[in-house]
Ligand binder design. Structure first.
Ligand code: GLP
Length: 258
């Protein structure tokens, strides 16, 4: 796995935005897989800036979000649909009809999950999947013990995730217990994957995901099986990596390194 260690959150976000821009440059009608959470906020800010100042164009782009809380309507300020609208979509020119976020209020989840997977396939598959990582090593809402072959489905959130995400709600009791999430298998089908992580609290999960064994106990470790996965992480998130020196050496020796 390619590991890029950046000075700080800002540099992580800008590096990630450059990767998105490269993908769009090669394929203006790319399909992007998008994530929520505080980690990708800087990336989305940078993409908005590039759209406004440099003409980065999303008019042919299609997006699929990873997950959504079950029970929250699109209008709920903590729904992931609302988050994406506020923090990215309303500031760029991606067509409304090209935006897909799993529904948290459908009456038939089994059918919806199948349809979501089918839409991804019909749109040609995901070209670049953006991921964050939970403190328990999850990607999307694939909690520890999730099958590494899993597809889009309902998951029960782990207590740790509910506590982590309580900061966005009034209290842990208000955090939904269920989520609809792409599976690990769904994510692994993306052509390129970019995982972002920032801050010391992510360091154990990042180390386990990059250097630990491939295990359903750390679903991010499944990225080790992907042929084009990269981790863009800041120094704090990288602080428990055993091979840190090596990753920095590789970066310094890149042909186009500054
Ligand atoms: C949630 C999301 C994940 C995200 C994780 C980390 O659990 N479902 O996709 O990666 O939070 O969030 P943050 O970036 O806020 O630390």
């Amino acid at each position: 796995m390619e590991v890029i260690v950046t000075r700080d959150y800002d540099e992580m976000s800008k590096t990630a935005a450059r990767v998105v821009a490269q993908v769009l440059n090669l394929k203006p009608n790319a399909v992007l897989g998008l994530a929520t959470g505080s980690t990708p906020l800087g990336l989305y800010r940078e993409l908005i800036r590039m759209h406004r100042e440099e003409g980065l164009d999303f008019s042919q782009v299609t997006t699929f979000n990873l997950d959504e809380y079950v029970g929250l309507p699109r209008t709920h300020p903590q729904s992931y649909y609302y988050f994406m609208q506020e923090n990215l979509f309303k500031h760029i020119n991606v067509p409304k009809q090209n935006i897909y976020v799993p529904s948290g209020t459908t009456s038939n989840y089994a059918a919806f999950c199948q349809w979501y997977e089918q839409r991804i396939r019909e749109c040609g598959g995901i070209d670049l999947q953006v991921l964050g990582i939970g403190t328990d090593g999850h990607i999307a809402f694939n909690e520890p013990s999730s099958s590494l072959g899993s597809r889009t489905r309902i998951k029960t959130l782990a207590r740790q995730t509910i506590e982590d995400n309580a900061r966005f709600f009034g209290s842990p009791d208000e955090v939904p217990v269920y989520a609809i999430t792409m599976g690990v298998g769904t994510i692994l089908e993306a052509r390129k994957i970019m995982l972002l992580a920032s801050g010391r609290q992510k360091a154990p999960a990042v180390a386990a995901a990059i250097e630990g064994p491939v295990t359903s106990m750390i679903t991010a470790s499944a990225l080790q099986l992907h042929r084009d996965a990269m981790c863009i992480i800041d120094r704090e998130a990288a602080s428990q990596l055993k091979m840190l020196d090596y990753y920095e050496w590789v970066q310094a020796k890149m042909p186009n390194a500054p």
